[in-house]
Design a protein around this ligand. Structure first.
Ligand code: DC
Length: 220
């Protein structure tokens, strides 16, 4: 029997990371933040001065990513990069390299290796469509661009960064556009995904909807 898996895909700042972690906690399962892997590749390339358009060099970085996930911390080559990979510049670079087929192929095995009993909650853009097409439940979590920009703004302000909602909204729309229109593994709901729009839901309500959808999978 295959290992239980909940795939949560959606656009940037849809809250899928927080929701996925909370669902994993509630079920006692492991959690995979697949976006962190693209961010780690981007950060490694930026630090090594590698051209982000150089698909071969980027694929080599992805295939030999010296990453370690330690509880809530992420290490790259022994250095704590938990905060560094959250930088907006790293996120934008991640979105660019995520369009390279060789990078996506190089990260496939690493992502699938996170699947272990009793289950995995994986969040990203193509968890339900490409990486785990046999997922027990596929969720596509979305929210309006305006509410996502507001949430991101609140997060940044809380962390002591200054940011303008207008700039965030523009960046977020650009990122959505690139993620949704790339030729390979574009951001889109799997045919069998449950779509949850969290524009008017808080985190607790969203987590409850995902858990309900999971339990509904086993109803006759
Ligand atoms: O979820 P995130 O913002 O941390 O992801 C950063 C970038 O990585 C995002 O713009 C697109 C890319 N990504 C992807 O292409 N596929 C995934 N499964 C996860 C992220």
């Amino acid at each position: 029997m295959s290992i239980a898996l909940i795939a949560i895909d959606g656009p940037t700042a849809s809250g899928k990371g927080t929701v996925a972690q909370r669902v994993a906690q509630a079920l006692g399962w492991a959690y995979l933040d697949s976006g962190a892997l693209y961010r780690l590749c981007a950060l490694a390339a930026l630090r090594e001065g590698v051209d982000l358009e150089d698909e071969g060099a980027m694929a080599r970085i992805a295939a030999a990513l010296p990453v370690r996930f330690e509880a809530q911390r992420i290490e790259l080559a022994g250095q704590d990069v938990t905060e560094a990979i959250r930088d907006e510049a790293v996120g934008n670079a991640a979105s660019r390299i995520a369009a390279l087929p060789a990078v996506r192929a190089a990260l496939l095995g690493l992502q699938r290796a996170f699947r272990r009993p009793p289950g995995l909650v994986a969040d990203g853009r193509d968890m339900g469509t490409v990486v785990f097409p046999d997922a027990t439940l596929k969720v596509f979590l979305t929210a309006s661009a305006e509410s996502r920009a507001e949430r991101r703004h609140k997060q940044l302000i809380e962390k002591g960064f200054s940011a303008s909602i207008a700039d965030l909204l523009r960046d977020l729309r650009q990122r959505d556009e690139r993620d949704a229109n790339r030729a390979i593994a574009p951001l889109r709901p799997a045919q069998d995904a449950v779509v949850i729009d969290s524009t008017h839901l808080d985190i607790d309500q969203t987590v409850r909807q995902v858990l309900k959808a999971y339990h509904d999978c086993f109803r006759l």
